[in-house]
Design a protein. Structure first.
Length: 559
């Protein structure tokens, strides 16, 4: 690693540095990101992607993208495509190193036969319920299966017949022969292969009716690919002795080192693929890419920049200690990036009409407004100014104290990039709802305030004639509890769903420059927050903007 690419150190870097210094693995660094294609990736996977691909980049090594596709009942091509898109969007490239564990099914089968012939595996006829009973508990040892002492010849024959499709699902398992009294329950004769009749695999079709288990497949796939450092999350720490046992028994040419780090536990979010699946399947969200979801595709649709997610993963660090990461850290990374890179525009979320009574009826002024206040290179945009405008209903009060620095009856306020106006009259309908504000403007106040003129507030506005109607979706946190999936006081994590996680405004107005907004572009709507033109709903002339993040954290005040 050159001095220019040195990153904040952590224990995995220390391991790799020591390995390189000793000549282990011949100085190679070869990692992999191994998702199971049974759902969309979430923010926790983003941390693993950044770590595995980042280590390979920093040490001039390689990183594979490998799909651990051993459960065809829950996997499909949609998930494969979505995962590849997410990894690319985050900024990483696996080049020609795209693999599937199913690529190795024949080799895995051959290795399994080797284990049987060595006396290290056997075919077991116990039912699933019996297998659980024989396994024991965390405090009590298990007991040997009555089929554990079958002869090698019988085991080879039965395993071949399993592959040939002679047995029904659940009739038999191939199990490793290790130690049913081990204090580590993962070492108590774990399953290697199970029967899955009539299932079509997204890569191998109907070629196989037996499928290898994850623990067996994962380590062998690592060894086949020449992985040096097999980086995974802490829940696999108790599986490491099994990982090493398989590779030692098989005497594979390569023996990767498994290293565990703490998973990302993000407050007010779910990072369990099973629970995310529940949200989708029960229609509690609009899909895997719902902008409220903690999925990478949801965050992308919401307008999160990939660079901001990479910065977030870098900022939270890599440790072995379980931790809970505040959502504010993620929001801060998003704001910092968008503040630097997002063009400015104006939106009126809840419009109320303003009539400038002393402004010519047929006149339209084209005022200049900067696309970014600190970046001249981002240029200017034209904002039409007319006699009739819209301002946000929340920016007006008939009476208010001095802390309210917006428009008040008989007082002045500045319109952003335009004039100072005074509210002279309030028009209401029969129910008392304000329908129109009649104001006057000072034509001498365009640009800098005249000397001695004191105007406390600045509000945004839209020309009624030139504004464009848009739907604005105010997304917020999906859950109103910081740890929705670990709260023992409720039976179902969905109890903590935030009923205000989405508020849809259908009559908002945006300035003319956004009429041709490109889907996926994020704008700072001045004084309101950052909003992204929706990548799915902006079509056929319809404008839909998703709130990416507010201008400042409001949850800290709420909580």
């Amino acid at each position: 690693m050159s001095e220019e690419t040195i990153k904040p150190s952590h224990f995995i870097r220390h391991i790799i540095d020591a390995d390189n210094a000793s000549g282990k693995h011949g100085g190679r660094v070869h990692t992999r990101f191994p998702p199971e294609p049974n759902g969309y990736l979430h923010i926790g996977h983003a941390k693993s992607i950044c770590l595995n691909f980042g280590l390979a980049n920093d040490y001039d090594g390689l990183c594979n993208l490998r799909f651990d596709d051993t459960n065809p009942q829950k996997e499909n091509e949609e998930f494969v495509s979505a995962i590849k898109e997410d990894v690319k969007w985050l900024g990483f490239d696996w080049a020609d190193r795209l693999y599937f564990s199913s690529d190795y099914f024949e080799q895995l089968y051959t290795y399994a036969v080797q284990l049987i012939e060595q006396g290290d595996a056997y075919v077991c006829d116990l039912s699933a319920e019996q297998t659980r009973e024989y396994r024991g508990t965390l405090t009590e040892p298990g007991k040997n299966s009555p089929y554990r002492d079958r002869s090698i010849a019988e085991n080879v024959d039965l395993f071949q017949r399993m592959r040939a499709g002679e047995f029904e699902d659940g009739a038999r398992l191939l199990r490793a022969k290790i130690d049913m009294a081990s204090p580590n329950v993962n070492m108590r004769d774990p399953a290697l292969y199970r029967i899955r009749q009539g299932v079509v695999h997204h890569q191998t079709g109907s070629e196989w009716c037996i499928y290898p288990m994850y623990d067996y497949t994962h380590c062998v796939s690592d060894a086949i690919e020449g992985i040096t450092h097999s980086v995974c999350t802490l829940e696999f720490a108790d599986h490491r002795p099994l990982y090493d046992w398989f590779l030692e028994k098989l005497n594979t040419p390569h023996h990767p080192q498994q290293i565990e780090f703490s998973r990302l536990n993000l407050q007010y979010a779910i990072t369990s693929k099973r629970k995310l699946t529940k949200l989708v399947e029960e229609n509690l969200v609009e899909g895997w890419d719902d902008p409220r979801m903690s999925t990478i595709s949801g965050m992308r649709r919401r307008g999160y920049p990939a660079a901001a997610l990479r910065e977030f993963c870098e900022r939270i660090g890599v440790t072995k200690a379980d931790n809970s990461v505040e959502m504010e850290i993620l929001d801060s990374c998003i704001r910092e990036n968008l503040n630097e890179n997002s063009p400015r525009a104006m939106v009126v979320l809840d419009p109320v009409k303003v009539v400038i009574t002393n402004y010519p009826e047929d006149q339209t002024e084209e005022l200049n407004a900067p696309n970014h206040p600190q970046k001249e290179e981002m240029g200017m945009r034209i904002v039409p100014f007319t006699r009739e405008l819209y301002i946000d209903r929340a920016d007006f009060k008939e009476e208010a104290n001095n802390k309210f620095k917006r428009l008040v009856t008989d007082k002045e306020v500045r319109l952003r990039n335009a004039y100072v106006i005074r509210c002279d009259e309030v028009i209401k309908d029969a129910s008392g709802e304000i329908t129109e504000l009649r104001c006057s403007y000072d034509p001498a106040t365009l640009g800098a305030n005249p000397e001695g003129r004191k105007v406390k507030g600045v509000i945004h506005w839209i020309s009624a004639e030139h504004g464009v109607q848009a739907e604005v979706r105010l997304y917020d946190r999906l859950f109103n509890h910081p740890h929705p999936d670990s709260d023992k006081s409720v039976d179902d994590f969905t109890t903590h769903l935030n009923p205000d996680s989405l508020i849809t405004l259908t009559n908002s107005m945006v300035e003319r420059s956004l009429a041709t907004a490109q889907a996926g572009t994020v704008y700072q709507f001045e004084r309101e927050g950052y909003f992204c033109a929706d990548t799915k709903l902006c079509r056929d002339g319809k404008l839909v903007f998703n709130r990416t993040v507010t201008l400042r954290d409001t949850w800290a005040k709420i909580n």
